[in-house]
Design a protein around this ligand. Structure first.
Ligand code: FES
Length: 127
């Protein structure tokens, strides 16, 4: 079995079963990279937790990123709706724009941050 780099673990697949999404923070200091992982039709995807409309975090409550039916990502600030698998805004004030994707991989039931992700750059220039 492939060894897991525990420094890159964002969440387990089992944790995604609770709300369909899971927030994470990676990095040092007051401004880490804040993002979230969501289940998709083909697996999982991860995005920076900033809405392209006004730059707000998408969720108000921990790990709550989806609509009540679980089909779409919801920005709780002004209601933008995003496709889970692409991050594309399909309705709302930023229709046609996209969430910023974060590269991930799944290993042995865990979602890991991609090995080549530049955390500092994404944290400082996330949109
Ligand atoms: S900040 Fe997300 S819809 Fe306005």
């Amino acid at each position: 079995m492939r060894e897991i780099d525990t420094t890159r673990v964002l969440c387990s697949l089992a944790e995604l079963e609770v709300t369909g999404g899971r927030g994470f923070a990676v990095g040092e200091g007051d401004w880490p990279l804040r993002g979230f992982v969501v289940k998709t039709a083909s697996g999982v995807a991860a995005y920076v937790n900033l809405c392209p409309h006004a730059g707000h975090p998408l969720n108000f409550r921990p790990h709550r990123f989806l609509t009540s039916d679980g089909n779409l990502i919801l920005c709780h600030s002004h209601g933008a709706l995003f496709a889970r698998d692409s991050g594309l805004c399909i309705a709302g004030p930023c229709a046609g724009q996209s969430l910023t994707a974060v590269a991930i991989e799944v290993v042995a039931g865990y979602v890991l941050l991609g090995a080549d992700v530049d955390v500092e750059r994404l944290a400082n220039d996330p949109l």
